[in-house]
Design a protein around this ligand. Structure first.
Ligand SMILES: O=C(O)CCC(=O)C(=O)O
Length: 290
């Protein structure tokens, strides 16, 4: 499928129609294979260098393979250009309109992580909440730097679930993303990471409980160590303000933001692109070291 990032045409691209209908979309061939290789290499270097700096997050015994670090993508050498990359910003603007906000909500993960259907929005378990009262406009993007069409480890989505304040609505689909693709979803969309595909029925989407129980021998392996980049943008307004406040109140973002920073060159670029930058905490960047 050809990428359709040319938004100058009057007709909206197929991925945008998919996104509006399903609450998520896969945009094919955003990156070249050379870029994918360079991003994987940059992440490998980060893994070594950030560990030396002592910014690795404590391991969670529930997901002992998952390695990730304090500090956002803008503060991470070799992947810092992505948040303001024209292609990704154009996708965000096609969905959210010309004024978008970034507030240090981005991260990069190594290895198998959490599985289980959930939503990311504030009112994930409150059907009466404001998230469900007007068009929801905070989105997350995922770059999965390996193949998830023929291998396990991808993301599952529930189609159309962005409109329902529960975790069961919408048909579950294993997103067949390739290393060169971009996946984008609303924070109201129900999703589950680290999908397992069955070796003998690779196109059958397994329920979480079967994914958790499937013996390794019956599961398709992962192609390579899972390398994932996740980042979030929003349109100014009530959903964004509530989401940022929710992250601040949760407390677990505090240390992440202390290790995040914006250098002047990137700030200048964000200004040119019309991206508003917010720093949600007063000590944002106070623990950042090059
Ligand atoms: O790791 C993934 O594929 C999904 C991450 C996720 O569930 C999230 O960002 O909320």
């Amino acid at each position: 499928v050809a990428t359709n990032l040319d938004l100058s045409k009057r007709q909206s691209p197929q991925w945008l129609e998919d996104f509006n209908r399903d609450g998520y979309a896969v945009i094919r061939n955003v990156f070249s294979l050379d870029e994918v290789a360079a991003l994987r290499k940059a992440m490998e270097d980060l893994k070594v260098n950030q560990a030396k700096k002592g910014t690795q997050r404590p391991l969670d015994p529930q997901v002992p393979d998952l390695v990730y670090f304090y500090g956002d993508m803008l503060s991470a050498k070799g992947i810092d250009h992505l948040v303001f990359d024209d292609r990704l910003v154009n996708v965000a603007k096609a969905i959210l309109g010309p004024h978008i906000v970034y507030w240090g909500d981005s991260t990069y993960h190594f290895g198998k992580g959490y599985r289980g259907f959930h939503k990311d929005c504030v009112d994930r378990s409150d059907p009466e909440g404001l998230d469900w009262k007007s068009e929801y406009d905070v989105i997350r993007m995922g770059i999965y730097l390996q193949d998830h069409e023929r291998y396990s480890g991808g993301i599952k989505m529930r189609k159309g679930s962005h409109l329902y304040p529960d975790l069961t609505s919408g048909r579950a689909v294993d997103v067949p993303s390739h290393s060169t693709d971009l996946v984008v979803w609303k924070l109201t969309t129900t999703h589950s990471g680290n999908a397992v595909r069955c070796r003998f029925f690779p196109r059958t989407t397994l329920q979480n409980r079967w994914e958790n129980r499937l013996p390794d021998i019956l599961a398709l392996p992962e192609q390579k160590e899972r390398h994932t980049l996740l980042f979030t943008y929003g349109r100014p307004g009530i959903h964004l303000d509530r989401y940022i406040k929710y992250c601040v109140d949760r407390g677990d973002y505090h240390e992440h933001w202390r290790h995040s920073s914006y250098d002047e060159k990137l700030l200048e670029r964000s200004r040119r692109l019309g991206i508003e930058i917010r720093k949600p905490t007063s000590d944002y960047g106070s623990a950042f070291r090059i």
